[in-house]
Design a protein. Structure first.
Length: 113
C-alpha cells in the first residue's frame, strides 16, 4: 500500500527556508558569516586559485577582513595583494564593504588546519 501525500502550493527550495529557520533558531549571524566566508573563498578561487586551499576568512573587524594563512608564503602574498582583494570583495555579490586585509598565520591544530 502506498501512502502518497499530495503537495499544496508551490514547493519551496531549501535555500529559501534556511534564512527563516536560522532566524527562528538564533543562527542568523552565523549563517550570514558562513555565506560571507563562501564569497571570500570563491573570490580567492577566481583571482588566486593557489591561495584558496591554504587561506580562509576568519572574521571581519571594523571593515577589515581577517584572513588566516597556513604558511608564511601564502601570508606574504595575501599581504601584498590585500588592497586588491579587499576592493574586489567589496564589489562582489555576497561580499561586504572592506577597507583592507589583516593576515595571520594559522597555528598548528587550528580549526581549518
Amino acid at each position: 500500500m502506498s501512502t502518497k501525500r499530495t503537495r499544496k502550493g508551490r514547493p519551496e527550495g531549501l535555500a529559501g527556508l534556511l534564512p527563516e529557520a536560522a532566524r527562528a533558531l538564533g543562527f542568523e549571524e552565523e549563517l550570514r558569516f558562513a555565506r560571507t566566508m563562501g564569497a571570500f573563498g570563491d573570490l580567492l578561487r577566481e583571482v588566486a586559485p593557489h591561495l584558496a586551499p591554504v587561506c580562509h576568512l576568519v572574521a571581519i573587524e571594523r571593515s577589515r577582513l581577517i584572513v588566516e594563512a597556513r604558511n608564511p608564503v601564502a601570508a606574504q602574498e595575501l599581504h601584498l595583494r590585500g588592497a586588491e582583494l579587499a576592493r574586489a570583495f567589496s564589489e562582489r555579490p555576497g561580499g561586504e564593504r572592506s577597507i583592507g586585509l589583516t593576515v595571520r598565520i594559522a597555528t598548528p591544530g587550528s580549526e581549518h588546519d
